[in-house]
Design a protein around this ligand. Structure first.
Ligand code: 0O2
Length: 225
């Protein structure tokens, strides 16, 4: 987003009075820090699950973890786009992806395993689940999405914070990254042929993911004999 657009949105968010303005900027910093803390909580939970499962012989179900906090500009732009008021309360009320974490699993069944294990933790509240693996998007996008709420303890309060969790295989991630870079949200609706080709790639990748699980099973059986 251009600097100009960001400053227009910031102007709309911030009060004119300089004292009030500084107060709100401080509050914004605190809010963003809370989201980053929530990301750390969720990351730690997945790291612990991965360490334990690896010791139990599941060979690192999680290949990698990455996380990002939306920028202030990105937050304001999304509120504006979706017609929500620009205020700090509105961020917490209306956005579920200020904090986002991506879990990349080795195998498809690991996705459901780690998702279930997170959901079962008694401090986690699952707000929504979108299973784009069972129900891929029309362009072929596959991934398991959850919006969860995790309590974060601060100096004088406990706050439930929302985090978007995306869980997918290495292969699904490969597709999503390239697709995102090439066309996601770009207006190329007329290019049906490209859409079909991308979908075909996603389907080939899904088949490969399924085949990899079969191969893993065969290797496991040979090892057990
Ligand atoms: P970015 O740049 O990754 O942050 P929302 O768009 O969040 O208001 P929606 O669309 O209902 O609501 O959420 P959904 O379907 O759970 O998708 C949210 C995120 O999933 C996106 O975030 C992408 O990261 C990813 N995603 C969804 N669909 C696609 C797709 O077709 N291709 C790719 N590559 N990624 C997808 P953002 O904020 O849109 O983008």
């Amino acid at each position: 987003m251009s600097d100009e657009r960001t400053s227009v949105l910031m102007k709309e968010l911030l009060p004119e009075d300089p004292v009030e303005r500084d107060k709100m900027l401080d509050e914004l910093d605190i809010l963003l820090m809370r989201y980053e803390s929530a990301l750390r909580e969720i990351r730690t939970k997945f790291e612990i699950l991965n360490d334990e499962l690896s010791l139990l012989g599941h060979q690192n179900p999680i290949a990698s973890i990455s996380s990002r906090r939306k920028t202030t500009a990105g937050i304001l732009e999304k509120l504006k786009r979706q017609g929500f008021p620009l205020s700090l309360e509105s961020i917490e009320e209306n956005l579920t992806d200020v904090a986002g974490i991506r879990i990349i699993c080795s195998f498809m069944d690991d996705i459901y395993k780690v998702a279930r294990m997170l959901a079962q933790q008694d401090d986690i509240k699952v707000l929504t689940v979108k299973d784009y693996i069972a129900n891929p998007k029309p362009n072929g996008y596959r991934s398991y999405h959850m919006i969860v709420e995790v309590p974060v303890f601060f100096s004088n309060e406990k706050r439930p914070m929302k985090v978007e969790v995306q869980i997918r295989t290495i292969a699904m991630d490969f597709w999503a990254n390239l697709e995102h870079r090439m066309r996601y949200k770009k207006d190329i609706k007329e290019a049906d042929e490209i859409m079909e080709e991308l979908k075909e790639c996603a389907e080939n990748i899904a088949e490969t993911d399924a085949q990899m699980m079969i191969i893993r099973e065969k290797i496991r059986q040979i090892q057990e004999q």
